[in-house]
Design a binder for this molecule. Sequence first.
Ligand code: BGC
Length: 868
Amino acid sequence: MLSLIPLLLIAPDGALTPDRLTCEYRVNPVGINVSKPRLGWIVTSGKDDERQTAYQIRVATSEAGLAKADVWDSGVVKSDATVGVEYGGPSPTNGQRLYWNVTVWDAAGKQSAPSRAAYWEEGIDKGAWRSQWISKQSIAAPLFRKDFSVHRRVVRARLYATAKGLYRATIDGQPIGSGELTPGWTDFRKRIQYQTYDVTSFLKRGDHTIGLKVAPGWYSGHVAFANEIYGTYPLAMASLRVTYADGTTETIGTDASWQAASGAIQSSDLLMGEEFDARKEQRGWDRPGFKGQGWRMADATPDGDELLVGEQGPMVEKLMELKVQKVTEPKPGTYVCDLGQNMVGWARLRVSGEAGTKVQLRFAEVLNKDGSLYTTNLRKAKATDTYVLSGEGNETFEPSFTFHGFRYVEVTGYPGKFAPSAITGEVVGSNVPRTGTFACSDSMVNQLQHNIEWGMRGNYVDIPTDCPQRDERLGWMGDAETFAPTAAFIGNIDGFMTKWLRDVDEAQTADGSFTDVSPNVLGPDGAPAWGDAGVIVPWDVFVAYGDTQLLAQNYPAMKMWVDRIDRYNPNHLWQQHRGNDYGDWLNVHDETPKELIATAFYANSVRLVAESAKALGLTDDAKRYDALNSAIKDAYIHKFVVNTGSKPTMRGDSQTSYILTIAFDMSNVKNEPNGGRELTQVFGDRLAELIAKRNDHLSAGFVGVGRLMGALTATGHADVAYKLLLQKTYPGWLYPITQGATTIWERWDGYRDDKGFQDPGMNSFNHYAMGAVGDWMYSSLAGIALDPSQPGYKHFVLAPQLGGPITWASAKLSTVHGDIESSWHKTGKHVTWDVVVPANTKATIILPDQRYDAHIAGGHHHFVFDIR
Ligand code: BGC
């Protein structure tokens, strides 16, 4: 019997309140280069079913000026929009900071108090830098310094800084900002990011020094299979803009008057590691009054054609520290520290001893049976840091310009008695705002979720990478595409992807081809599924956050990609120009015909272009691409469906052939009745059968794995999805966990007791692609699912799949419209389910077995029912 009792929470007299203001999807961003930034807020209410009926935005040059709105007043706008609301005032001037707040009206027309003030700050144009690139070619990691004096009261000071390479900046010896690996990775020939630092508080009257420490990084160090891709030595550029109380301004830019010298860093490379000789440290080099040896004038070169842009995504930062869990000594004097977690970043070393003592740190994800580091899978990445002691008391070292992927740190050459506190793991990655939490009654599934999150943490390092440890670490597009929906649950990836999608678009060839990796350092032609990321990821980000502008920005490139495929393949099957054509990469002895994969992805990309056109109001395009999508599907069904047996099958008869056909709705063609539903069901049943034939194991590779669970669930086989999720033997998600995995492995059999390590030529233990099941865990197991027709969770679907032995699941998701929750508990057949729907949004509730389907509005709701 079904009993349904929605319990409404008793609301305090909660009026509708605007909160969590964002600009360009970030909190108080500084140094952005957007003339009409998009503003957003969420509204909360203690009352159920509350909504916003109007808003008013005020923008001013100071917080105090908000009441008068001396820059822009939107007036009262009748709208329920709270996301992507474009600023409509005059373009901010160079470096200008604008303050804003918002007032909202509820359903009854009651006005809220104005929100707390927020701000954004414009970056500066290239011309305003008044700086040149400075360098010292003969020095691997040069130091640059500039002394200056302040004689009047400073009311505002900003340091803008960037590098062709990596940089760290200091003022009077104090590090500024929390960024690591700045300015990040872009195609340095075309576009370089810069960071903006508010340094007002540093500049009291008196003498000061700006210091810049620079290293090769992505610019001139090892990247993937190459070295010196963009240049042969690093350069830096900075501009300090000071505004005095009397209204005058001063700019101090990098030029040939800056001094340069070498410091303690003897060499530094992202893949190879860093060598630091503390005896060579120039103490006080970045403080006023320093008089050192060997300083020369910097070499200065005028600035070139590259575009300088304010940082667009979240910074790479230190995210947390990990303590050593265990130390072993497989050989005398060789200490192996276990941090208990495969992580990305570096180790901080504490040591004291005689000057000249050399301590070496090596890094690995896994160990050999004898307890020594297994590093063969790092290929050419040496991942080794060395520290030479100055001999002056307690010394601390951490590298500045490298990162490693590791769980184990091997320490050799350590003087004296080694204690676990000598090593600390510094976890580093893009500081993507956390949005999702997930937990359920199965501890191994929770560990899987943990591993997925750590996969994202370690591989979202300024760009989405394939892996963080070996000599690769590239923005592989196929991996990014597969994982994006999962990532969009764990964190708000709008800013992160806004930046990366610009890398993607910039890498696109004149012919319209996206590439396999972005920034592109490999060949020009993108393979099916890999190149398609240029269409899929903007769409995924749009539906998760309602970011129409991002979609509009990417739309021309998306169109070029599908138009190119169309041009070369007039028969609607993607046969020509498939680049490296990886197929269903890393499938388990279950190949899918490559032409089938390509054509399915082609159809899907065309569909997404059509959907994007609709979202952007481009009706003619929408019609054209809808028609093209139908033509591709017709050709696909005609070519790849085999009708010789009792039931239709797909060519190749692989798991992925069915997954893609279902996920991309390929059966929905003119000649099939009911939108192809019967045929889709036949394929879903066949997929379930194939899985059963493998004793409840999956065999899909990168291309199928992210859509596998969705395809099963959509065709009524959630029970099979649960069997796969909970499968502990190879190949399956929990198998690596039985082997102690703390991240997602590149291969299902990265290590097997019977076979040992997989081929070291390609065996990463931190590759997030196979972790794409995270999407299903949030959307189906816990039951918080998007409605692409109302992006940003303005409307969404709550439909948990109760299955298998799991007795409870709970997920929370902080969306751009507010916080959603779904928690269910099952005792025998009895289920309780609690959901939270944000104010000003609506949800469709679907109970298991589709027995109840209703729309609910903002508030807490409690359901009690029995399942069959
Ligand atoms: C990467 C993958 C990538 C692939 C292309 C590998 O080397 O690590 O994750 O997608 O190449 O097939």
